[in-house]
Design a protein around this ligand. Sequence first.
Ligand SMILES: Cc1cc2nc3c(=O)[nH]c(=O)nc-3n(C[C@H](O)[C@H](O)[C@H](O)COP(=O)(O)OP(=O)(O)OC[C@H]3O[C@@H](n4cnc5c(N)ncnc54)[C@H](O)[C@@H]3O)c2cc1C
Length: 414
Amino acid sequence: MSKAIVVIGAGICGAACALWLRRSGHDVLLLDKSEPGMGASYGNAGLLAQWAIVPMNEPGIWKNLPRYLLDPMSPLFVKWRYLPQLAPWLVEFLKNARSTTSNRTSEALVPLLSDAVEQHKSLTEGTKSQTWIADSKFSYAYRHRESFDADAFGWAIKADAGMIPEVLTGPQVQEEEPICGPMIQCLAVLSGQGHILNPLGYVRSLVDAFKEMGGRYLQADVLDFERDGKKVRAVITDKGRIECDKAVVTAGIWSKPLMAKLGLKVPLETERGYHVMYKAPSEMPRNPMMMTIGKFGITPMSEGLRCAGTVELGGIKLGPSKAPIRLIRRRVAEVFPNLTYQRSEEWMGFRPSTPDSLPLIGEIAQSGIYTAFGHQHVGLTAGAKTGRLISDLIAQSLPNIDMSPYDPNRYAAR
Ligand SMILES: Cc1cc2nc3c(=O)[nH]c(=O)nc-3n(C[C@H](O)[C@H](O)[C@H](O)COP(=O)(O)OP(=O)(O)OC[C@H]3O[C@@H](n4cnc5c(N)ncnc54)[C@H](O)[C@@H]3O)c2cc1C
């Protein structure tokens, strides 16, 4: 039966939920306090990262942490004055860096990520959004074969999930990717991958497709929920009260205060990330890459060459730092020594991250309020499938994957 559904937040997760729900015949209103796609979904690396099944808090993090924190060229940054607020999340995050927990997390990430390219293609079927999806290979770029070998833990997990790379060394590297200078002596290449040519353009075109199908969009800031006992009756916005049968929270990092309104203490923190967009570059890589010596993605996009990644722990209120941008620029100059460009743009965004590295996808108790946020480094990748899962849950047709790892009620008793 058709329901009145409000989707809160028009990033990739909100746009995908809105589109799938509208396709299922519901009366859907998509809300955003700003323009669609201006949150984390604006500036990501555009990678459909089917391979990103090893969580950031992998067991090796303990060994690497002191070096990460002391070395200015490491990809992890901390705003130290934010540490007191960050501490509870950080403790939980590090507790999850045990091999048993880490393996469980990887197992739970596989069904969300492994068919992402296909999921994005079915999300966009029959719409103009399809033109933003590119089929590609994906390479991890290493200084030496030994650095690839040192990554054995992650590659073993990927191999278990069926991802075995072709390893290229020496002159084969430049044959595969002529943009690489001599600093890169090893590429681990995965085929059958994909990327998005313009993440903002993609989200906006999804919202356009949703509107063309009869969905409605309104710029409004959601402040609270109105409930009849347990069940949602309306959302309260700065533009007034909007009645609904169901609400879906897809507000990225800003979902945390909305959860607090419902009495859920979700330990959501941001892993801030940065990009440098090189406009009119003299050369582009043939396919996207992960630059392992700075932990950032390198993606050929419609508007230039985007280099995006790094992690900075520092909350959402403090302004951007210079060091992560310096790191990206320096590494890019080293690995692509012949690259020139007309101008460049810089950006910082907020990945929404839980300490167990798993998103919240499901219904809060039997409230009619659903969550679809907390996708940390892989929200673009998992966004399309998340939208389909939410649509299935609302239709009460049981998804064919185990949803328990993403259950939002895991935070209910806190
Ligand atoms: C540098 C960087 C690189 C990345 N690279 C990749 C990558 O290559 N591949 C990948 O899969 N992921 C990547 N990510 C992660 C990915 O970008 C995020 O996981 C994803 O964009 C989260 O999407 P979202 O829809 O949950 O949130 P967002 O895109 O942040 O959208 C949330 C929306 O909710 C709106 N909103 C918030 N509060 C309210 C409210 N109260 N009322 C109404 N609207 C509200 C906001 O305005 C915003 O538009 C990267 C992230 C960063 C920072």
